[in-house]
Write a protein of this length. Structure first.
Length: 317
């Protein structure tokens, strides 16, 4: 079966329309309804669960089955935007807006695949499952939403269309795994006092900065065998609830850790907390610790071999 070519103009218009529908985590209902409506118009029979996951399929399950996945939610827009983040503006060959890349591009691509195959006269050699998931960008209710999304689903292999783009080459990279993620939020304690006599207080921000500097000096693990990857650590939030003329006695910060697939995140959390106990003499409190384990598919996995072969063929290698 020769694969049909995508309609690039239609794909861009679909992406633009999706960007115009706000879908931050736990608020994906409107987008789920839109996606289900588009699938239904193609002759599919989509189902929306209570978490706003959308499921549909094409073909029959007599032979192999393949699951295609993209998530519906996006990180809420923050900071200054020079245009409406939900405009879905198309200009200079690009679609602009919050979530356009991560991950409404994947949602639009799945809808384009469904459109091409639904209109094709050729019969699929197996079953193709479309799964649009919610709550990817949050830990709030994520596990429950995942269990609901996967309930009753069975596939021989799966591909997640979550954009990882080489912008200089205008190509999408093939990933065979995912690093683990840990978000650790701590409140560091100091001693409050009026800012006219700072020496009588203990500035919690300064203590937090010593902890941050210690984090920056950590030697993070690397993976030297294929695929070569490394862990990353970033402080992504920091602040106080203080007053301009008050030495703060509390400073809260969030540490984002990207782990190697084989790392134990419970051990990572333990080490980060232990470092805080050394650098924060007046104490600290763990406010939240959320993590998701990573994974890595074996290079000899059939779906991995097939995708890399296809990618090499497309590159003319």
């Amino acid at each position: 079966m020769k694969p049909p070519k995508p309609d690039v103009k239609r794909l861009a218009e679909t992406l633009s329309a999706l960007v115009k529908i706000p879908s931050p985590p736990c608020q994906e209902e409107a987008l789920a309804v839109e996606v289900a409506g588009r699938l239904e118009a193609l002759g599919l029979k989509p189902r929306i669960d209570r978490f706003f996951n959308v499921k549909a399929s094409l073909g029959k399950g007599k032979n192999k089955s393949l699951l295609l996945n993209a998530h519906l939610d996006h990180v809420p827009p923050v900071g200054k935007w020079s245009f409406n983040p939900y405009s879905g503006r198309i200009a200079d060959g690009k679609v602009y807006g919050v979530g356009a890349s991560d991950n409404k591009s994947g949602v639009a691509a799945l809808l384009e695949i469904a459109s091409l195959l639904a209109s094709s006269r050729s019969e699929l050699p197996g079953k193709l499952i479309f799964l649009f998931t919610s709550r990817e960008e949050t830990h709030r209710g994520k596990e429950e939403a995942r269990r609901s999304a996967l309930k009753g689903l069975k596939a021989d292999a799966g591909i997640c269309l979550d954009a990882h783009t080489f912008t200089n080459r205008h190509t999408v990279n093939l990933e065979i795994g995912c690093r683990g993620i840990l978000n650790l939020t701590l409140t560091v304690f100091g001693k409050a006092h009026h800012s006219s006599e700072p020496e009588k207080g203990v500035n919690a921000i300064y203590i937090a900065l010593k902890y941050v500097q210690a984090l920056q000096r950590l030697k993070l693990p690397r993976r030297f065998k294929t695929p070569r990857i490394h862990a990353d650590l970033s402080v992504t939030k920091i602040g106080t609830d203080g007053w301009a003329t008050r030495i703060p006695d509390r400073c809260t910060l969030t540490v984002n850790y990207r782990a190697l697939p084989e790392e134990n995140l419970e051990h990572v959390e333990h080490n980060l907390v232990r470092l805080a106990s050394i650098k924060c003499p007046l104490g600290f409190q763990v406010e939240a610790a959320e993590w998701s384990e990573g994974y890595l598919l074996p290079l000899e996995e059939p779906i991995v071999c097939l995708l890399y072969t296809s990618d090499a063929a497309d590159d003319g290698e």
